[in-house]
Design a protein around this ligand. Structure first.
Ligand code: LLP
Length: 412
């Protein structure tokens, strides 16, 4: 959805310079079409197999994005009361919402039960006991899955790998049967499924298929034991291509292979994709402030920083960066850095870049997932605006923060 037309970078049919000039920078821009297409790829690839695509809200929780997906009938995967609040504000259906996460508070569980969410993905026995007691107090029955840890290596960055035995996530798959048995004595919760999520930015999805196989074996044991498991939730994790030459798996191929693996088990299949739906759909626009040469390096100083997009600093993540006006001619080898007072504040290092001059604009690619949601006010920098493009139209879906926003709630 991002392409050069007459030498200018466009999102769908909109010239990104028009947005940068009007809204200012830093600014996130999302392509509605790209998000809708990716979600539909998941949904359609399941065909007539009972399924629910639960978009992982953490990847991009903009109300406008959630509302678009809600209109398609999407489910949602949430990890906090705040995310549930957003889903409901955007018109999402709590009845299609699953609640994941390793630490849920009493208030969050209560909100989720009162809202009528579909399922809790539970990560400890203590959590089961807590949900049972709150459900009892409210006079409802909570449906749950245990998130099991299949001990499969997702082969991704260590900070976003979650399915190995020494990770904080999930319940050892070998201990799960006993825990489901004990849960039968808790009268206000009912086992409905089994879930697992082994990590994020997974470029070779065979570990997810391997995990699915292990989970299916567990489900057979549980069903033989009279525990009526009806769904399997395989989490999210499918990776995207962040750099030229990096091959990302296709959504349709992944789901087709998953169907082959588990399609005959008579279960509703759920997935929780985040990055693969919104990641490629977004760019971060930034303006070049200065060029700077030190004895050993050349720097392009821009107005977006690690507080706007922390992925390069936190995971050494690569994001392609290009000019809004296609540049011909010479290129430079430079670091692209922001104004934040840390050496770790960079968007790219030792990158061959167009010879861009102060005042011109750049687009940081694949920033639709884990971009704005991980932004902060570090260095008292207001968070940037968010814009949604639909065809030849665009609108600000979150305005740039002001200095007053920075001090909201503070007292002298
Ligand atoms: N389900 C669960 C339980 C998760 O923990 C996650 C992501 C997802 C689904 C969605 O995974 P996805 O399809 O987006 O890979 N901040 C990091 C990524 C953290 C992912 C955390 N969990 C980054 O910027 O790469």
């Amino acid at each position: 959805m991002f392409h050069y037309l007459n030498g200018r970078l466009h999102c769908e049919q909109v010239d990104l310079e028009e947005i940068a000039a009007s809204v200012g920078t830093p600014c996130y821009v999302y392509s509605a079409q790209s998000i809708l297409d990716a979600w539909r790829s998941y949904d359609e690839a399941f065909g007539d197999l009972p399924h629910l695509v639960c978009y992982a809200v953490k990847a991009n929780s903009s109300l406008a994005v959630l509302a678009m997906l809600a209109r398609l009938g999407s489910g949602f995967d949430i990890v906090s009361g705040g995310e549930l609040f957003r889903v409901m504000k955007a018109g999402g259906d709590p009845g299609k919402t699953v609640f994941s996460g390793v630490g849920k508070t009493t208030a969050e569980i209560e909100l989720a039960l009162r809202s009528g969410i579909r399922n809790f993905n539970c990560e400890s026995e203590g959590e089961l006991v807590e949900i049972n007691s709150i459900a009892g107090r409210l006079g409802v029955t909570a449906q749950f899955s245990l998130r099991v840890n299949p001990d499969v290596d997702a082969v991704t960055h260590p900070y976003i790998s979650t399915g190995l035995r020494d990770h904080k996530f999930g319940i050892d798959i070998a201990a799960a049967v006993d825990m489901y048995r004990r849960a039968r004595t808790l009268l206000h919760i009912r086992a409905a499924g089994v879930s697992c999520h082994i990590g994020s930015q997974i470029l070779d999805y065979s570990p997810i298929l391997e995990a699915a196989g292990k989970v299916l074996t567990l489900i057979e044991i549980l069903q033989a034991d009279g525990i009526p498991i009806r769904h399997v939730d395989l989490g999210g994790g499918l990776g995207i291509s962040y750099q030229t030459g990096e091959q990302a798996p296709g959504i349709r191929d992944f789901i087709t292979d998953l169907r082959d693996r588990i399609g005959r088990a008579g279960l509703t299949v759920m997935v929780e994709p985040g990055r693969s739906i919104v990641g490629p759909a977004g760019v971060l626009l930034t303006r070049v402030l200065n060029r700077k040469i030190t004895p050993s390096k050349e720097f392009i100083v821009v107005d977006a920083a690690m507080n706007d997009l922390i992925r390069p600093a936190l995971y050494k993540a690569h994001h392609e960066i290009g000019p809004l006006r296609k540049a011909e001619g010479k290129s430079v080898m430079a670091d692209v850095v922001g104004p934040v007072c840390e050496t770790g504040d960079f968007l790219a290092r030792d990158r061959e870049m167009a010879d861009v001059q102060p005042g011109s604009w750049l687009a940081v690619s694949s920033a639709g997932a884990y971009g704005f949601v991980q932004a902060s006010n570090y260095n008292s920098r207001p968070r940037g605006a968010e814009v949604l493009v639909e065809g030849n139209r665009w609108r600000v879906v979150r305005s740039r923060e002001t200095y007053d926003d920075l001090i909201r709630g503070e007292t002298l």
